[in-house]
Design a protein around this ligand. Structure first.
Ligand SMILES: *Cc1c(COP(=O)(O)O)cnc(C)c1O
Length: 821
């Protein structure tokens, strides 16, 4: 039908104003005079959506006209954070809209608080995916995300009686005006059933997947706008629904209720996000989720590809698929199934196509997060996929037996099947074998991936392994999150840094400039005062913006060593109260982070932090020197409040355990100085900002490997040698911070002193104290501190997600920007 006459909606104030009022009246059904904050926030989101959709359609046409190669990012998590503010900033109409709603008596910051964070991810891995989507759109790259439309995101955390309490996160409670439901593009997903073996006319093997049940995947698109509002890509999330077909057998027998039950079970698949990214769950529902994501995505991707009258053999020329960790590794088997079973492509050619299309990012070295699925379970849920995996494995092993003369032990290690203790499918091996590229996420991590995780594969395919150091989007993490610092930077060097973060280098000459330092410190102080207000409101603890704001905000995990941090705080507290020690500067310690609900130690670490905070904050002797705060419910919107106010960033994981970290980048970019170990991207951050602007301590990865490897790490030695360590551990063991239940933290005493303690807390404890000491002295000299902090900001350009995405595009995906003319 003709559309030429409809005027495109524009971004000028009149058009925006008109649309907002339109939506209040016609979408929300209210007279404008009665619109409350929530209504205006909702109408504003809808107004933006209308404009984003125009650009989305334009972008789609542009890619199609260019016959562009596309990249699809498959991730079981996306930690987007709130969209309204981000869209306003990326479309560059934040000022316009702020003024507009102000005329009507509303405050834009208040309106933004009405949006719930879509928390469809746990932490770093999901947030990386979100940063990548922002960078892809900003760079006009044809790259979209695929994921699951969880009904419940990551649980909400509150603190009750010093302990974490979890509540369900029904993130769509207020509606989600941004998403576009696309029922017409729903996908039918076969699952369960069994395989019948037949023969084709030519005698070839013809499997028939029969008696399967089905689910329906309904896509929801969230528009992703790049900075400057030129390109709008999408994130497509699938929700599981049941088909309209009832199970007729049950129905015939008159058990209507049972038939309905089966429907409800189908919808369970996208009901909830599993609350940890770093442990494998081994649950049938999780396997179903992974398959659901993979099936829906590949169906959608190949359908779009084939619609353009292309030959399936050309797939790798037009499509790249990136697997974000092993959760979507079933894509290897599913793409083979599509090619071999549905398209009748001979196995070898299908394998070549699959391999050239897929690429895999590894995110962790932790043995407990290596995904494995019992063969029995996979055979029950995905009978054909298991068959295909066995076939891939048989061909792969016989090939390497021939070509590289691998011995039996090597073959056992490289097999896709773990044979020990009940057969299991090794998802990481499946992903490596089925992909043409395997990357780690920081220099150190990528080396360890080759050396520790996949030495046999790295020897076989040295060219397959590469590094892509993570990055963060400067739009959300500086431009939007820290308007004060953004304005100061733009005033000094212009605003080109938003699109080209390397431009921050122009700040280097200003790092020693007294006037600029003054302004920089004033901006930081204002952020701290702002956060202090939030903390006072939410916890009742009063903070002085003159103190050092020292933060550790990330998931609670033993390897991230929140325990090391709190033990140092306890040490300082005991020094102040028992030794009469006076620290050079007052300190505020802020912790934030969620613990997986089933992770005892992590939950007890939160309990310890909160108990210690209660004791310390109530002690008059410590009041001038130390405050401890646990900020509940860490999520993107809280990170945006915390990070601009940080002076010190705690990045203190045991060397060799944190793959990259991205929190470390956010803090540094906002002018916090890092106290950290030589782990993950810390190493590259330190090289970039300069060793003198980074507080390094602790063992190196080879030292950790050696001492844990040969069993020479003996925590009792440190306990015996250092009275500081003894005092803290004895205080914990004696129940000093939980007088009513003195046994509560005795486990920490035992754990820290257990032979070969995995994260070597005590080995790094004294160097950590000494480094903190040095840091405190430097902070007491504002000019020294300001210079270091400014140099951190100025030299963080490398850690823009734009740089990371350009590298992926060039080295792995082979995609190019398709910018509007
Ligand atoms: C950046 C971010 C993370 C990752 O933090 P790390 O310190 O790299 O573990 C986790 N959660 C949220 C909400 C984040 O914004």
């Amino acid at each position: 039908m003709p559309v030429e006459n409809c005027p495109l909606q524009t971004l000028d104030a009149d058009s925006l104003s008109c649309s907002i009022r339109e939506h209040i009246t016609h979408s929300l059904g209210k007279p404008c005079a009665e619109a409350g904050n929530r209504d205006v926030a909702m109408a504003l989101s809808m107004t933006l959506r209308d404009r984003l959709v125009d650009k989305l359609l334009e972008t789609r046409k542009r890619y199609r006209d260019a016959r562009a190669k596309r990249m699809y990012y498959l991730s079981i998590e996306y930690l987007l954070g709130r969209c309204l503010g981000n869209n306003l900033y990326n479309m560059r109409i934040d000022e316009e809209c702020r003024n507009l709603v102000k005329q009507w008596g509303y405050d834009l910051e208040e309106l933004r608080e009405f949006e719930r964070d879509p928390a469809l991810g746990n932490g770093g891995l999901g947030r990386l995916a979100a940063c990548f989507l922002d960078a892809l759109a900003t760079l006009d790259m044809p790259g979209c995300g695929y994921g699951i439309h969880y009904e419940f995101g990551l649980f909400k955390q509150s603190i009750q009686n010093d302990r974490q309490v979890e509540q369900p996160d029904y993130w769509m409670a207020e509606g989600m005006p941004l998403q576009i439901e696309r029922r017409d593009q729903s996908v039918i997903v076969p699952i369960y059933g069994r395989i019948e073996s037949h023969q084709g006319p030519d005698g070839s093997y013809l499997p028939l997947w029969v008696d399967w049940q089905d689910l329906v995947g309904v896509p929801y698109d969230i528009p992703i706008v790049g900075f400057g509002d030129k390109t709008v890509n999408y994130l497509r999330l699938f929700a599981a629904r049941s088909t309209d077909n009832f199970d007729m057998k049950i129905f015939d027998q008159g058990d209507y209720i049972k038939a309905i039950h089966q429907k409800v079970y189908s919808e369970l698949v996208s009901k909830i996000l599993y609350p940890s990214e770093s442990i494998s769950f081994g649950k049938e529902l999780r396997l179903t989720q992974e398959y659901f994501l993979v099936f829906c995505s590949l169906r959608d991707i190949t359908r779009r590809f084939l619609k353009q009258n292309r030959n399936i053999e050309e797939l790798p020329e037009f499509i790249a698929i990136q697997l974000n960790d092993t959760h979507p590794a079933l894509a290897v088997a599913e793409l083979m199934r599509i090619l071999v079973d549905e398209r009748r492509v001979p196995w070898d050619r299908a394998w070549n196509i699959t391999n050239r299309t897929l690429a895999f990012t590894n995110h962790t070295l932790m043995p407990e997060s290596l995904e494995m699925w019992p063969v029995d379970l996979m055979g029950k849920v995905l009978p054909r996929h298991l068959q295909i995996i066995y076939e891939i494995n048989a061909r792969f092993l016989s090939q390497i037996r021939l070509t590289s003369k691998a011995d039996d032990a090597t073959l056992r290690r490289m097999s896709l099947i773990e044979e020990q203790g009940g057969k299991q499918v090794r998802m990481a091996n499946l992903a490596v074998v089925g992909s043409h590229s395997v990357n780690g996420v920081s220099k150190l991590h990528s080396e360890l991936v080759k050396k520790v995780l996949f030495p046999d594969y790295a020897a076989l395919w040295p060219g397959k392994f590469n590094n892509k150091t993570n990055g963060i989007t400067p739009r959300r993490w500086l431009y939007k999150a820290n308007p004060g610092l953004s304005a100061l930077i733009t005033e000094a060097i212009g605003d080109a840094w938003i699109m080209d973060l390397d431009k921050l280098q122009d700040l280097v000459p200003l790092a020693g400039d007294a006037a600029f330092q003054q302004k920089f410190l004033a901006v930081k102080r204002a952020s701290k005062a702002h956060l202090a207000e939030y903390v006072a409101q939410t916890t009742g603890v009063m903070l002085s913006p003159d103190a050092v704001f020292d933060m550790q905000a990330k998931r609670i995990h033993e390897y991230k060593r929140q325990l090391l941090n709190i033990m140092h705080i306890l040490h300082d507290y005991l020094r102040v109260t028992e030794d009469g020690y006076v620290p050079p500067v007052p300190r505020v310690y802020v912790f934030a982070g969620k613990a997986a609900p089933g992770y005892f130690e992590a939950k007890e670490i939160i309990h310890l932090i909160c108990s210690a905070a209660r004791v310390i904050n109530a002690d008059k002797r410590a009041a001038k020197h130390i405050k401890v705060v646990f900020a509940a419910d860490y999520r993107v919107s809280l990170a945006e409040k915390l990070i601009p106010a940080a002076d010190v960033s705690e990045q203190i994981s045991t060397a060799g355990t944190e793959a990259s970290g991205t929190g470390n980048m956010k803090f540094s970019l906002n002018g916090a100085l890092t106290i950290g170990t030589l782990d993950g991207a810390n190493i590259e951050i330190r090289e970039a900002v300069g060793a003198e602007n980074f507080y390094l301590f602790g063992l190196t990865t080879p030292e950790v490997e050696r001492q844990l490897g040969d069993g020479s790490y003996d925590p009792w030695e440190y306990y015996g040698k250092h009275p500081e360590i003894r005092r803290v551990l004895d205080a914990l063991s004696a129940g000093r911070f939980t007088p009513d239940e003195p046994q509560t933290f005795h486990w920490i005493f035992e754990k820290m002193l257990a032979k070969g303690e995995r994260y070597m807390h005590l080995a790094d404890f004294m160097p950590y104290l000494e480094t903190h000491e040095r840091l405190g002295m430097d902070y007491a000299k504002p000019a020294v501190w300001a210079k270091k902090a400014i140099l951190n900001v100025a030299r963080m350009g490398y850690f823009s997600a734009d740089r990371t995405i350009r590298e992926y595009a060039r080295d792995i995906w082979g995609i190019k920007p398709i910018a509007p003319k």
